[in-house]
Design a protein around this ligand. Structure first.
Ligand SMILES: NC(=O)c1ccc[n+]([C@@H]2O[C@H](COP(=O)([O-])OP(=O)(O)OC[C@H]3O[C@@H](n4cnc5c(N)ncnc54)[C@H](OP(=O)(O)O)[C@@H]3O)[C@@H](O)[C@H]2O)c1
Length: 416
């Protein structure tokens, strides 16, 4: 059934205005924007004042409004808005990955309890329709990994550093001016935003709920000219990668870390605010999605897609959460990493189990070796506070054979 939608929107910033432009230029789309709730009474607005309210109850308590679009930059307030709207039976569309990742279990339960829908395609990788693909297209597919570049502003910064020799701070300022960066840029450059997205994707890819604080994230804040030079000499780029992958038959791991990327990798040419996601599957094999991961219009287009789906009562069924409740999250995994360090204490902190390369020079020192993800997760706060830099080499270690795509295995699995 094609239901008529009356929309109450929270937030009229980068994404809210992007969505408004799209709705304005979409003649065939029938939905009425009833009210927009914003915060700052002194800000000039590009729409007449009758559209706006500063009182959230004007939307939440309005029985005429059947769909709430939540696009504010305050995760705690967003949680209040979203849960209140769901409890009133309203459909909710949100882009707030931090709020989602922190409360996903409760939000899944609320949808069931109040028989309504919460859609959030815009929360992971902007305009790339990855959530609905994981939910619908790969609903019965055995997935080995979902990984890629999931934060537009850190990718913008890295692209400007590698391609245009811009300094980190100039590139960050540009990303902020263009509206790609979160209000608090640490969320982007510290890998927190990518981790939040990964936690959202893990539910749809594997049916596993991961709390962001239980997973490893390390960002690009302490990237130095030495690391850039090291990568360039080898013909690599550095990208901030987020990965959720199977490690054993019934276990997945998830982490965010900068990684050296070779020219042959699809991700090598994913630049600026673009995101790129690779899905490795048993039968579909490897598939690659690329699209703009940030910005008002690309993100607004994902919000529009959810609004449009709501007209037909679309809701996530969380099929894998229902099917595979036995896939657990683990940090029992090993990574080969490059560490640029200052002194022996830094080196000891990482507890390398194997070192394959070591260099000490006048300007900097590095080692390449194997570390435990479990240990990195324990020390993640301390790592972020040191003047060191860590990047994964991308080397796959001890990957169980059955978890690597293999035509012969796949064919065998097809035989009843
Ligand atoms: N920007 C992107 O590229 C992007 C991409 C994907 C997802 N997202 C997500 O989309 C959401 C919005 O991001 P944005 O970049 O559009 O943020 P933004 O440009 O900073 O705009 C935030 C908006 O929220 C409003 N607001 C803040 N607190 C409020 C409250 N308590 N009640 C009502 N309104 C409130 C602000 O009101 P005033 O106008 O009065 O200040 C402003 O209009 C965030 O969750 C973000 O993570 C953004």
């Amino acid at each position: 059934m094609n239901r008529s939608l009356k929309i109450g929107m929270f937030g009229f910033g980068c994404v809210g205005q992007g969505l408004y432009d799209i709705l304005e230029n979409n003649e065939g789309f029938r939905a009425e924007l009833v009210k927009i709730c914003v915060k700052d009474r002194t800000k000039p607005r590009k729409l007449p004042s009758r559209y706006f309210t500063f009182d959230k109850e004007d939307i939440l308590e309005n029985p005429e409004i059947n769909l709430v679009v939540e696009l504010i930059n305050d995760a705690d307030e967003a949680y209040h808005i979203v849960t209140t709207a769901l409890k009133k039976g309203k459909i909710v569309v949100t882009a707030n990955k931090k709020m989602l990742a922190e409360h996903l279990a409760e939000l899944v339960a609320l949808q069931e309890q109040y028989d309504t829908a919460l859609l959030y395609e815009a929360s992971a990788c902007g305009s790339i329709p990855i959530i609905r693909n994981l939910e619908e297209y790969y609903d019965n597919e055995l997935l080995f990994a979902v990984s890629g570049i999931m934060n537009g502003s850190s990718n913008y910064i890295l692209s400007k550093i590698f391609n245009e020799n811009l300094s980190y701070h100039t590139a960050l300022k540009q990303a902020q001016d263009l509206g790609f960066a979160e209000t608090d840029p640490t969320l982007d450059v510290g890998g927190f935003d990518a981790l939040n997205k990964l936690c959202i994707l893990a539910v749809h890819a594997y049916g596993t709920l991961i709390r962001p604080e239980d997973a490893f994230n390390y960002g690009i804040q302490s990237l130095s000219v030495h690391d850039i030079q090291f990568a360039k000499e080898k013909g690599y780029k550095i990208k901030l990668l987020a990965s959720v992958r199977k490690t054993q038959e019934n276990a997945i791991t998830a982490f965010v870390i900068p990684q050296f990327i070779k020219k042959e990798d699809y991700l090598y040419n994913v630049e600026n605010e673009y995101n790129g996601v690779t899905v490795e599957a048993a039968f579909a094999d490897r598939q690659f999605f690329m699209g703009k991961g940030a910005g008002g219009h690309p993100t607004g287009s994902a919000v529009l897609s959810d609004i449009s789906a709501s007209r037909y009562q679309y809701k996530y069924e969380y099929k894998k959460l229902a099917q595979h409740h036995n896939i657990r999250y683990t940090t029992e995994h090993q990574l080969e990493v490059y560490l640029r360090y200052h002194d022996e204490e830094d080196l000891e902190l990482l507890r390398f189990t194997e070192i394959s390369e070591k260099y000490s020079g006048k300007n900097f020192n590095y080692v390449i070796g194997i570390v435990s993800l479990k240990h990195l997760t324990h020390i993640k706060a301390e790592l972020a506070s040191r003047n060191i830099f860590i990047a994964a080499t991308g080397q796959k270690l001890n990957q169980p054979q059955e978890l690597v795509y293999n035509h012969a295995t796949a064919a065998k699995e097809l035989v009843p």
